[in-house]
Design a binder for this molecule. Structure first.
Ligand SMILES: Cc1cc2nc3c(=O)[nH]c(=O)nc-3n(C[C@H](O)[C@H](O)[C@H](O)COP(=O)(O)O)c2cc1C
Length: 369
């Protein structure tokens, strides 16, 4: 059997193949944060399409972390029953499903509609990369956010999710704590790498208390910022190692605080030749060589043989995809029959622009073809 279709475990969770749907915000949650029928249809299509593990979209756990009106919440028990419908849809078709717990930090723009300012580790004057208004998070607020992650992880387990993933990449609150550019604190939450990772590690411990020892806790980590003066590569790799030592059960490797639009960010454009695919491959390989937990590579996978080579060479245990599965949710089943098929995604990012404008997630490029 091809290595990409061989099962593999994350802790005691068996995944039927090596394909992961990387977390994808879908703009489809109800305005109350509850699960919608459209989301159940999306998860059903992915599960029917052969994916091993679906990581459901960013989900806020504390009101201060909300970035959009159309995102899911697990900030209270009232959301558990709707989430159960999502997990049942995945399980019915043989897929496992995790949920991505999220806090937007300074980018949690939606909180402004509640007449509050977004929170961040520090306020950076004249930041060339981020222009919004926000304020410094107080120590007591950090504690309350940590507790909210713990409770939400417990709710995720009750709702039937097979695992929880923390969003520790792409410039949101976890990245803001980890980056020396956005975290200028002089207390226990800032300064050296150990302090800048304290938030991640306290959240791990609190979630673990709420979910028990046998439940998989994952993290998507940005190991390098997109500009000079941000998180540097070697520190990012060291952070991945420290989080594996803390107890996280799998790690997905991506980028941190963003620099210029699309270039060097998590969703690069113009992936039109093999050499442009798998753009975080070397980071994944490096982390994989230093940790004993499963590693997921993400970023620009479009061709079967590249993913096969990466798993075969033990540069990652799993490969995660986002945009190709927006366009073709049944891609994995198709690859099983026809590995030569190339994903049709042209990485135009019009799907991303659509959800940013408040539209439902869909492939804009191929919608009418
Ligand atoms: C429309 C859209 C929504 C996304 N939502 C999330 C998200 O909720 N959480 C996350 O960690 N990354 C999110 N991402 C980033 C992807 O998970 C992935 O890291 C990135 O797109 C690179 O993978 P790809 O080349 O397979 O698309 C999103 C990307 C797109 C295009």
């Amino acid at each position: 059997m091809n290595v990409l279709f061989q099962p593999a475990p994350i802790k005691n969770l068996q995944i039927k193949n090596r394909f992961v749907r990387s977390a994808t915000y879908d703009g489809c949650a109800k305005l109350t944060g509850h699960v919608s029928e459209r989301q159940i249809a999306l998860i059903t299509a992915l599960a029917e399409g052969g994916i091993g593990l679906i990581i459901h979209a960013i989900t806020y756990v504390h009101p201060s972390g909300q970035i959009s009106p159309y995102m899911n919440s697990l900030a209270s028990d009232e959301f558990i029953s709707g989430m159960k419908k999502l997990t049942e849809a995945a399980h019915k078709h043989g897929a496992k499903i995790a949920i991505q717990l999220f806090h937007g930090g300074r980018e949690a723009r939606y909180v402004k509609t509640k007449r509050q300012l977004p929170l961040a580790p520090s306020v950076i004057a004249d930041d060339p990369y981020y222009k919004g208004n926000y304020r410094e998070i107080a120590k007591t607020e950090i504690e309350s956010v940590i507790e909210a992650f713990g409770k939400a992880a417990g709710r995720a387990r009750q709702a039937g999710f097979d695992a929880v993933q923390i969003h520790g990449a792409h410039g949101y609150l976890f990245s803001q704590f980890l980056s020396p550019f956005t975290n200028r604190r002089c207390d226990d939450w800032g300064g050296n790498l150990e302090n800048r990772l304290r938030f991640h590690r306290e959240i791990y411990k609190t979630m673990r208390r709420h979910v028990g020892d046998d439940y998989p806790l994952l993290i998507k980590l940005g190991v390098e910022d997109g500009f000079a003066g941000g998180l540097e590569h070697q520190e990012g790799i060291q952070a991945a190692k420290m989080l594996a030592d803390t107890g996280f059960d799998a790690i997905e490797i991506s980028s941190g605080v963003r620099g210029q639009k699309y270039s060097g960010t998590e969703y690069r454009t113009k992936i039109n030749k093999l050499s442009k695919e798998a753009y975080f491959r070397s980071w994944s390989r490096e982390v994989k060589s230093q940790v004993d937990i499963p590693v997921m590579a993400v970023g620009g996978f479009r061709t079967f043989v590249i993913m096969e080579e990466i798993v075969q060479n033990k540069e990652a245990d799993f490969v995660a995809l986002c945009r190709p599965l927006i366009s073709e949710p049944a891609l994995i089943c198709q690859w099983e029959k026809t590995p030569d098929k190339k994903a049709r995604c042209i990485s135009c990012n019009k799907c991303l622009e659509a959800v940013h404008k408040g539209k439902y997630l869909h492939c804009v490029a191929f919608r009418n073809r």
